[in-house]
Design a protein around this ligand. Structure first.
Ligand code: NCD
Length: 351
């Protein structure tokens, strides 16, 4: 097992609440998680645009993404806009003054002067915490290298609860197969730590050679009373699981040789699930799914299976990110006025 996995000193972070940064899932306990999920449920009418909300009128989000992103950036920005706020954005190093050598601290001090909240993604572990240290407004970690991705773990667990509930199951006591690149995939690191708040979960892990789960994460989970079983095939890991969480090989984070070594076939497909006798399993993935040939990822041939939850995850991301902003900015949703508006364009699009 490898050992580079997480941002330094995250265990000392305060609980996530009004005015606080969100840097790690370690900022949540079970009541805090319940509160955030209740908020995510409450904003569903706004997320689905059945009601209009302008509670963040006048507030500005600074969105800074120094690594590629589609759903994380767009869902954070959409969440802020849905709540009536405004968004400014910069993407990539090339188009920011970091290309001119500006430090994280200077950048953070400058952009926090223009914003009421910041969402930051950066390729180095611990970089978003450095950003937060110099910011005058709450900073949300949207991924710091191989470190953490707390909002993804929140939406993953929120989705997992719902998927299991419709099957009369609970997160407590469930079996989760976690497969793929468990070494460099930060979503898995945050997910396993957050799920450790529940009880008696069995994690059935499978990773290709050199991409194994960091020992520190396995230890963290075991110390909290969960079981981590390591398997040497996907079929064995998935066989009796309630859920499978698959991840992409993070080729951009590894040596060329290692990236080349993990490039054949599918990580998981319909045939493998059939062989495992588990075609009904709940199928999760943080996305993006690498759809290039031999990418060793989740095949699109599972898309018609009844347990496919990957697009429920992406939809739920909006609710969770709205709840994150309302929490950081101290807005009580019960005091928020919602209005319903006729939207002829919406009806036209859906018909
Ligand atoms: C993930 C990420 O950026 O860590 N994507 C996401 O935010 N949903 C997963 C990945 O890139 O593989």
């Amino acid at each position: 097992m490898s050992d580079e996995y997480t941002s330094p000193a995250v265990s000392e972070l305060p609980p996530f609440e009004q005015g606080r940064h969100l840097l790690s899932v370690s900022q949540f306990d079970l009541p805090g998680l319940r509160q955030l999920f209740a908020l995510a449920d409450a904003v569903d009418v706004i997320a689905k645009r059945r009601a209009v909300c302008t509670v963040l009128d006048g507030a500005m989000l600074g969105s800074l993404f120094f690594e590629p992103s589609t759903r994380t950036r767009l869902s954070f920005e959409s969440a802020f806009l849905r709540l009536g706020g405004e968004v400014t954005t910069t993407t990539g190093f090339t188009f920011s003054s970091m290309a001119k050598g500006e430090s994280i601290a200077d950048t953070a001090r400058v952009v926090s002067g223009y914003s009421d909240a910041l969402v930051v993604r950066h390729p180095e572990v611990g970089s978003v915490a450095q950003f937060a240290a110099a910011s005058t407004v709450p900073v949300i970690n949207a991924g710091d290298g191989t470190g953490e991705h707390p909002s993804q773990a929140l939406l993953d667990v929120y989705t997992l609860e719902k998927e299991l509930a419709v099957r009369d199951k609970k997160v407590d006591g469930c079996r989760i197969a976690v497969i793929g690149d468990l070494r460099y995939g930060r979503t898995v690191h945050s997910l396993l730590k957050l799920l450790s708040l529940y009880s008696e979960i069995t994690f059935q892990v499978f990773a290709p050679p050199s991409l194994e789960l960091p020992e520190g994460i396995a230890q963290y989970v075991r110390q909290r009373g969960h079981n981590v079983s390591v398997y040497d095939s996907v079929i064995a890991a998935v066989a009796n699981a309630d859920v499978v969480y698959a991840t992409r090989v993070q080729r951009e984070r590894m040596t060329h040789e290692l990236a080349q070594a993990n490039t054949n076939g599918d990580l998981l497909n319909r045939a493998l699930l059939a062989e495992a006798g588990n075609l009904d399993v709940v199928i999760m993935h943080p996305l993006p799914r690498d759809s290039r040939p031999d990418s060793y990822d989740l095949s699109a041939d599972v898309d018609e299976l009844p347990g496919l939850a990957i697009f429920h995850q992406t939809d739920n991301g909006l609710n969770i990110r709205m709840a994150v902003f309302l929490t950081a900015l101290g807005v009580n949703i019960d005091a928020v006025t919602l209005t319903t508006k006729q939207r002829p364009w919406k009806a036209a699009l859906r018909s």
